[in-house]
Design a protein around this ligand. Structure first.
Ligand code: FMN
Length: 324
């Protein structure tokens, strides 16, 4: 059975976390992951507090297992955060910036705190803030990400913050990746793109299909998005969104000065196409993992597969050390 100290800390069966993706989140997806033994997560980035409140109410009806609620310090919606504190989830997670006093507020209601970082310096600061778990997110990741790869970042963060448990994110789409993350010293993994391509994910089919058809090199860093919308990318942890190519990104990447001048119009275009269920017209957020994702199964099937593949990879690794 695949089990690490993170399982006991979070009260979960397997150390697999659903990334709380602000633009692809629902109570139903979170509950599906939690019910399959992992840690489901609800995202809040770019969402109304009413939508977040609805998810908090619904997820509690769909699962009696633990889940996380995610907030971005730089864009914090005070009302949504108050609802999160009232819900007292097992885990409150943060990303893209220093959570400062939010850590204490989360601890005061009995929640554990997890922060996603992209550098060793951010991880060290997080440890000083008193967070319980640190996600080391490599630059391969979908969503807003940094420069350093998962392979280089995870062991350095593990060394810098030990004994705080570290979770690896970015570049992981199957059990071999999970086994590798555990070998680097991680206690668990945080997966985003793999879970977008599932039946339960609240994403339009065009987005799911684009992931299945993409090569890893199609997942580019969309610097122009920070010209259009500096928050949360440029602010906070200085990250850039990773998305699959779209005509919109290709066009405006070629004329970034103009994009800065037209930022309000372009931001509205992103919001309206996303709300209309046409993300392919502007942004198809995904990580380099897209190249390895070939199907759109149910969450339970993905979870079963990830666990079986990880166990097989770990057994194979043990055999290697016996052979030498
Ligand atoms: C569509 C999308 C939206 C994301 N939104 C958030 C978010 O709101 N909060 C957060 O902490 N991480 C977010 N992430 C990043 C994930 O937490 C995670 O680090 C990343 O998905 C890992 O890389 P992978 O997608 O290759 O698995 C997002 C990722 C994706 C793909």
């Amino acid at each position: 059975m695949l089990k690490t100290p993170l399982c006991d800390l979070f009260g979960i069966e397997v150390p697999i976390i659903l990334a709380p993706m602000g633009t692809c989140t629902s109570a139903e997806l979170a509950a599906a992951v939690s019910n399959a033994g992992g840690l489901g997560g609800i995202g809040s980035l770019f969402r109304t507090s009413a939508a977040i409140k609805r998810d908090i109410d619904v997820v509690k009806k769909l699962t009696n297992r633990h889940f996380a609620i995610n907030h971005i310090p730089q864009t914090l919606d005070a009302d949504a955060f108050r609802c999160t504190l009232e819900a007292r989830p097992a885990v409150i997670s943060f990303a893209l910036g220093d959570p400062g006093d939010l850590v204490r507020q989360a601890h005061d209601v009995g929640s554990l705190v997890m922060l996603q970082v992209t550098t060793v310096a951010q991880a060290t600061q997080a440890a000083e803030r008193g967070v319980d778990v640190i996600i080391a997110q490599g630059g391969e990741a979908g969503g807003y990400c940094g420069e350093v790869s998962t392979m280089a970042l995870v062991p350095q963060v593990v060394d810098a913050v030990s004994p705080i448990p570290v979770v690896a994110a970015g570049g992981i789409f199957d059990g071999r990746g999970i086994a590798a993350a555990l070998m680097l010293g991680a206690s668990g993994v945080n997966l985003g793109t793999r879970f977008i391509a599932t039946k339960e994910a609240p994403a339009p089919d065009t987005w799911k299909q684009a992931i299945v058809e993409a090569q890893s090199e199609d997942a580019i860093k969309a610097d122009v998005l920070n010209d259009i919308s500096p928050l949360p990318g440029t602010a906070g942890f200085g990250t850039v969104l990773r998305s699959l190519h779209t005509d919109f990104l290709d066009e405006w990447t070629a004329k970034r000065d103009e994009a800065r001048r037209e930022r309000d119009r372009l931001r509205n275009e992103i919001v309206s196409t996303t709300q209309a269920g046409r993300p392919d017209a502007t942004l198809l957020t995904a990580g380099q993992t897209a190249g390895g994702i070939k199907d759109i199964p149910q969450v339970a099937e993905i979870m079963r597969r990830l666990v079986a593949e990880t166990e097989a990879a770990l057994r194979k690794a043990a055999d290697l050390s016996v052979a030498v």
